[in-house]
Each structure stands twice: as C-alpha cells, then as structure tokens.
Design a protein around this ligand. Structure first.
Ligand SMILES: C[S@@+](CC[C@H](N)C(=O)[O-])C[C@H]1O[C@@H](n2cnc3c(N)ncnc32)[C@H](O)[C@@H]1O
Length: 225
C-alpha cells in the first residue's frame, strides 16, 4: 500500500469524531452510538444530517461551517478520502462534524429510529449495471427509513443524467414526495432556489468540480419518503 495512504490511515485513528467500526462492533451487538450520536458524539440536541458516499466530505464540512446549530456525519467506505474532511474539521475545530467509515449497505446499524433529520447523496456512484446498488434505489431508501424522520429530506446532487432520472423514476414509482428537481442547477434552474438553498448548493465537492470542468450540467432533486 502507498506510504501516503498508510500515513492517512494511521492519522485517522488520532482524529476526534472519526469512527471506523469493525463488523463485529455492529453485527454481533448493537453499535454503541446507535441512537446516541447527539448525546455521546456532539453533546447537544441539534438535528443530524448525513452525507452518504461523502468522499473527502466537502458537503459535511461546508454545511458544518454554515450551520453550527446542526450536526453533520460524513459516511464513506474509503478512509483515505474521509481523511481530508476529518483532518480539516479537526484543524479548524468544527465540532459539529463527524465521520463514519463504513459501507452504506450497513447504514441502518448505526443510527436509531428518527435519529436523522436529512440525508445528502453527493455525486454518488451511478452504478449503471447494478441499479439496486445506487444509493437512491429502493433497497437503500428502505434502510434510510429505519432512522430518517418521517418528514426528513433526502437531497441528491449529481452530474449523472441516468442517476438523476432513475432517482426521479424511483420517487414516482414508490410515491415518495418530490420537493424540488432541477436538471441544470446553476444555469436554467438557479432562480427556483431561495437564497439559503443557493448558498447550500454553491458548495462544490471534489467530484462536482471534476465533472463541471468537463462541461457536465449539475442536477439536483430533493424528496421525502
Ligand atoms: C463518485 S465519489 C463522490 C465522492 C464525493 N461525494 C464527491 O462528490 O466528491 C463516490 C463515493 O462514494 C463512496 N461509496 C460508494 N458506494 C459506497 C458504499 N456502498 N458505502 C460507502 N461508500 C460508498 C466511494 O468510496 C466514493 O468516495
């Protein structure tokens, strides 16, 4: 393994509010933070927002800075990516931000009923050949329902037309409630967002920058389930 990656993995273990559970920690017994993130991790009673497939955590950290009265948890399987956001949050003492390294397949083992207020899916892998592996597919939504509040909003931001359209399709097929959709956020649809929404949508992830530089139009939708 590259030396740089090993260094990041080692440093992850020293950072505050970074959790890297092993399977036995949540499969053989209830995970120790399940239902207790506010109390044990954040020490407050504020809403919890997840970013699933957070990569380097630009939304988690960006939202954490904008909203000190909410708590944010970035989730990704790749430790070397999470490291970037976790390091920034530690250095800048953004104490309402945490990271969880796990496979989103297991996400319902980590949060209790109604513990989560919102979910962001940022530039998720489009999984063209495995529709049920898309983070906005029904098998994942069914997992999220176990811990997302009934009116909790799911946000999807992507460059990928197939992922965007398949998510809209899932919303219609399963009678989820669409809140907003835009197939070209920054150009044709910018005015449909209020000032606060624009402020949030302005945060750009690593993958967003990569794809925007190649000329891809950025898409967004939000819905409740
Ligand atoms: C295309 S990248 C986007 C990263 C980041 N959100 C961004 O916009 O820059 C997709 C991320 O999702 C993560 N990912 C994909 N499937 C996952 C899963 N089942 N569990 C955890 N992470 C996953 C990958 O490790 C990767 O970091």
């Amino acid at each position: 393994m590259a030396k740089n990656k090993l260094m990041k993995f080692a440093e992850m273990k020293t950072l505050d509010r970074v959790f890297e559970p092993e399977k036995k920690d949540f499969l053989d017994q209830p995970y120790n933070l399940k239902g207790k993130w506010r109390e044990k991790v954040f020490g407050n009673d504020n809403p919890i927002v997840l970013e699933l497939g957070c990569g380097k955590g630009e939304y988690t950290v960006g939202l954490g800075k904008k909203y000190p009265n909410k708590n944010f948890v970035g989730v990704d399987i790749k430790g070397a990516r999470i490291w970037a956001g976790a390091k920034q949050a530690n250095e800048e003492e953004i104490n309402n931000v945490a990271f969880l390294r796990t496979n989103v397949d297991f996400i319902n083992y980590f949060f209790g009923q109604d513990e989560v207020d919102e979910i962001w899916l940022t530039f998720s892998d489009p999984q063209p050949k495995k529709p049920n592996k898309r983070l906005s597919s029904k098998p994942f939504i069914d997992r999220y329902k176990k811990f997302l509040k009934p009116e909790g909003i799911i946000h999807l931001k992507t460059d990928n037309t197939s992922l965007y359209l398949s998510t809209i399709d899932e919303i219609e097929t399963h009678n989820y409630k669409l809140i907003k959709k835009a197939h070209n956020v920054y150009e044709t649809h910018w005015d449909m967002f209020n000032k606060e929404e624009q402020d949030v949508l302005t945060i750009k992830t690593h993958y967003e920058q990569l794809f925007a530089n190649k000329g891809f139009k950025i898409k967004y939708c939000s819905f409740t389930v």
